[in-house]
Design a protein around this ligand. Structure first.
Ligand SMILES: Cc1cc2nc3c(=O)[nH]c(=O)nc-3n(C[C@H](O)[C@H](O)[C@H](O)COP(=O)(O)OP(=O)(O)OC[C@H]3O[C@@H](n4cnc5c(N)ncnc54)[C@H](O)[C@@H]3O)c2cc1C
Length: 414
């Protein structure tokens, strides 16, 4: 449980100074040496930073000490985020591991699992991936067909996942699988942890339009895991998956930093200055739109974090931040095309079309489409906001109450 917030101001000031000193020494901008933003180089950079953070006693701030955390308060965490916001991002490849898998492990893992696996996870020595999506189950994850069957004191898993970010760099993963096909599709799902290095798991990279290959197809053929690797309750996996998706939307929508930040406005206005366009009134108007939306996104993120600090579980409000982030990317992409023009066509390390961080604009434009899909598409976020934030009538559900094995989904449709 998170410690109650009674820290004297002087102690919090000292903590802030500790964070700042650490960041000044260790938070260095990574200059990528290739087109893949999640390359071996970048993952190694994230791991190394996280290990230093752990060794300095600044990782896993709110987790219990017995599980590798620091047992500190949400105020400590917010203080850390505020300081981190002023430094380069060094933990981008740990968003899934730390923003989703560790919180879910903390919520649903047994004490034995938490003691065994969380310290190395918090330290970045182990990276975790999330395996929900399947070829026939993306927006409708509950239609998943990967199955887990009990065999004595083991579970045996067979099936396929897809779009698994960083599976090839991960030591462990959290997956959802069908454990009872005779009940409705949401009712017969359970959550498990698996060892990604097991030979019964085959990981095949998916090559992306931007030259990277950071996500994968993952195949399970008679993967045997101990029964103790079931996370939470048997057949309660849908509720737990929903909790994980909320963490995901908060992680994507609020990032790992705190306070108001306008990173795309900053970068684009620098670029406009460089190109002599900064006095153009239309450019200025578009820049201000991005500035306003980034500011609003930061404020939504601060509200979400404040709600979590007051003890509220992450709720559908996380969808607001995520949708907002993807709307900003549409505007950024449009501006980039106007600014950089033909230089957008090809990525060359030595050419123009780079910002002052050495980031390629063309790569950013190609990647910007991801934000409308990863973690649930824009349409799904709008459904969630309509239904669960605004109280509008629910999306039509035609398979309610029908046992999963009678549904015509995925390969069951033949
Ligand atoms: C960069 C990236 C990283 C990812 N990483 C992971 C990961 O690590 N682990 C993981 O499990 N998954 C991951 N995913 C997968 C992601 O969660 C799915 O792609 C996403 O949920 C959409 O599913 P789908 O691709 O099957 O599209 P579909 O669900 O087939 O959707 C197709 C289209 O139909 C629309 N649609 C579907 N249902 C509705 C509805 N009810 N109302 C309105 N419109 C609807 C969608 O909005 C979309 O436009 C990742 C995806 C990306 C792009």
């Amino acid at each position: 449980m998170t410690a109650i917030d009674t820290t004297p101001d002087a102690d919090m000031d000292a903590f802030r100074q500790r964070c700042r000193t650490f960041l000044e020494k260790n938070a260095k901008q990574l200059v990528l040496d290739g087109p893949d933003p999640r390359s071996d180089q970048s993952v190694a950079h994230s791991r190394a930073f996280q290990k230093k953070l752990y060794d300095a006693g600044l990782a896993g701030l709110t987790y219990a000490q017995e599980f590798g955390g620091q047992g500190l308060t949400k105020t400590h965490e917010r203080t850390w985020r505020e300081e981190y916001a002023r430094f380069p991002e060094c933990t981008g490849d740990l968003t899934i591991s730390h923003g989703m898998c560790m919180p879910v492990m903390n919520d649903f893992g047994s004490d034995e699992l938490k003691q065994e696996f969380m310290p190395r996870g918090i330290a970045g020595e182990d990276i975790w991936c999330q395996m929900f999506s399947e070829p026939g189950a993306g927006s409708d994850v509950a239609s998943l067909q990967t199955k887990a069957e009990r065999d004595g004191d083991q579970w045996v898993i067979n099936g396929q996942k897809v779009w698994t970010t960083l599976a090839h760099h991960s030591e462990y993963g959290i997956l959802v699988a069908r454990t009872n096909p005779n009940v409705s599709k949401h009712a017969g799902i359970s959550m498990f942890m698996v060892d990604m290095r097991d030979p019964a798991i085959e990981i095949r990279p998916i090559h992306q339009i931007d030259g990277g290959k950071h996500f994968n197809e993952v195949f399970f053929t008679d993967l045997h895991i101990p029964t103790t690797w079931l996370l939470g309750e048997l057949n309660n996996g849908w509720n737990q998956a929903t909790a994980m998706l909320m963490y995901e939307r908060v992680a994507i929508g609020t990032g790992s930093k705190s306070g108001i930040s306008t990173p795309f406005y900053n970068r684009l206005s620098n670029e406009a200055t460089k190109l002599g366009l900064i006095q153009n009134p239309i450019v200025r108007q578009k820049l201000m739109k991005i500035y306003s939306n980034e500011t609003a996104k930061s404020l939504v993120a601060m509200r979400t974090r404040a709600e979590m600090k007051s003890g509220k579980a992450p709720g559908p409000g996380g969808s607001l931040g995520k949708l907002h982030g993807s709307n900003i990317m549409w505007d950024v992409r449009e501006m980039l095309h106007e600014f950089v023009g033909p230089q957008m066509v090809a990525w060359t390390k030595d050419g123009d079309g780079f910002d002052s961080n050495g980031e390629s604009w063309n790569r950013m434009a190609l990647q910007s489409f991801m934000s409308s899909i990863a973690g649930g598409t824009d349409e799904i976020q709008k459904n969630i906001i309509g239904d669960r934030v605004l109280g509008l009538p629910r999306d039509v559900s035609i398979d309610k109450g029908i046992p999963f094995n009678e549904l015509r989904v995925g390969t069951q449709s033949d």
